[in-house]
Ligand binder design. Structure first.
Ligand SMILES: Cc1cc2nc3c(=O)[nH]c(=O)nc-3n(C[C@H](O)[C@H](O)[C@H](O)COP(=O)(O)OP(=O)(O)OC[C@H]3O[C@@H](n4cnc5c(N)ncnc54)[C@H](O)[C@@H]3O)c2cc1C
Length: 384
């Protein structure tokens, strides 16, 4: 069974069926480029894998039927992401974007809009980006100033976003705009779902420390957005953002554990005899398994219909800590590969080491996550 018959499967059946389908189709799904490939290649690979798994039904499992899904437990989404990442069929960071953006769109967008656009995202026909951060607004998101003015039939948006991952590939953007006064802070924000080919949008890619144009500056100059593209309530965009960020900080990162596990195995196999310090290896393994256990519990909470909230800051801290520890261990164990090696294997270790630095920044910095844990979970004082 491919799962395309419109009947939700049992999670264990899903897991074994998807693995055997991937075994049969591994050759067709495998990347056609050597090594990790360029970002263009990774994006094309992701689209290919999403299309194939969507058409076979797997990518539709665990998503509501009203948005083109086949229903069933959300755990199936987690298993699929894990299987694709473990097999090296999808770059884990790029794969995350669906799990970051789609759940909130399904919850807050008008049903007709969600029913039209979510299937295109799941099938890899579209890429979406997340327009939250601005040059003066990262950690303090409620101070954002990209402005949306009401017009007769919609909104006119003017302002700038920055660090917008994959904006140069995106057909759509989940955009936070200021619709109230600056003093109204989080009460004057509205979320819009914007077509990236709208007149007045300019995208300027920025190269990351690891040498990839992963994110961009995005400029909005009197961009017209239909009113039907308002996501959630007018001036209620803060609730949308607070719904989305927990996915970004937890469930969207689940399959990253599978990727990190694979890279730790690679390190064990590559390390020269005696180069791996056992105590450090033990510590790193413990961090990785702790993250995985935490992340598993969060996946089960989502599957049980619980609303995710500030407790997901713990998942994010644990992921970032484990990821950096693994690549720090790689740098200690393979110092010349990580620093100066110019063969594809060394370049991959170096790239991943550098990208791991971003793990304590994207989705909200680690200091901010610790503030949330201290204030909102441990009740250790207010935000001011
Ligand atoms: C790889 C990557 C991809 C990203 N993709 C996206 C994306 O797709 N969309 C998007 O909108 N954004 C994206 N971002 C941006 C990211 O969300 C922000 O970088 C992050 O929220 C931090 O904001 P900032 O860069 O403005 O830093 P700032 O907020 O200026 O913070 C600078 C430093 O000060 C610390 N700090 C700030 N306030 C406090 C405080 N109150 N207490 C303690 N310490 C504090 C921070 O922890 C940080 O160390 C991405 C970032 C990266 C690295």
């Amino acid at each position: 069974m491919t799962g395309s018959g419109g009947v939700a499967m049992d999670v264990d059946d899903f897991r074994s069926s998807v693995e055997s389908w991937l075994d049969d189709n591994q050759h067709m799904l495998a990347p056609e480029y050597p090594g990790s490939g360029t970002l263009d290649q990774q994006m094309a690979q992701l689209a290919k894998v999403k299309r194939s798994t969507y058409d076979a039904g797997w990518m539709r499992m665990g998503w509501p039927e009203r948005v083109g899904g086949l229903g069933g437990s959300t755990l199936m989404r987690a298993y699929l992401g894990e299987a694709l990442t473990t097999r090296g069929l999808a770059e884990p960071g790029l794969y995350s974007m669906t799990e970051v953006l789609a759940p909130t769109m399904i919850e807050y967008a008008a049903p007709q809009l969600a029913a039209t656009v979510v299937p295109a995202l799941l099938r890899g026909d579209e890429t979406w980006c997340q327009g939250f951060s601005e040059p003066g607004t990262g950690s303090n998101l409620a101070s954002l100033s990209c402005r949306a003015e009401r017009t007769e039939d919609g909104w006119r948006v003017t302002g700038q976003k920055v660090w917008t991952s994959l904006a140069q590939y995106a057909q759509r953007c989940v955009l936070l705009t200021r619709t109230g006064t600056m003093e109204s802070a989080h009460r004057g924000i509205t979320t819009l779902f914007v077509d990236m080919d709208s007149p007045g949008i300019a995208v300027r890619p920025i190269e990351t420390m690891h040498g990839v144009d992963e994110f961009s500056e995005v400029f909005f100059d009197n961009v017209e957005v239909p009113f039907a593209r308002t996501v959630g309530e007018v001036d209620g965009g803060w609730a949308v953002a607070m719904d989305l960020l927990p996915y970004e900080r937890s469930t969207s990162l689940w399959h990253r554990a599978a990727f990190l596990h694979r890279r730790l195995q690679d390190l064990l196999e590559t390390a020269p005899p005696g180069a791996l310090e056992p105590a450090k290896l033990g510590e790193v393994t413990q961090l990785l398994y702790a993250f995985r256990a935490r992340s598993r519990a969060t996946q089960h909470r989502m599957a049980n219909g619980e609303r995710l909230g500030p407790e997901t800051s713990l998942d994010k801290v644990m992921l970032a800590t484990a990821e950096q520890a693994i690549f720090d261990l790689a740098a200690d164990t393979l110092p010349s590969e990580v620093t100066i090696g110019d063969d594809p294997t060394s370049e991959r270790w170096r790239t991943e080491f550098l990208y791991a630095r971003a793990a304590t920044i994207y989705g909200g910095s680690i200091e901010i996550q610790r503030n949330i844990i201290a204030r909102r979970l441990l009740n250790l004082g207010s935000d001011r």
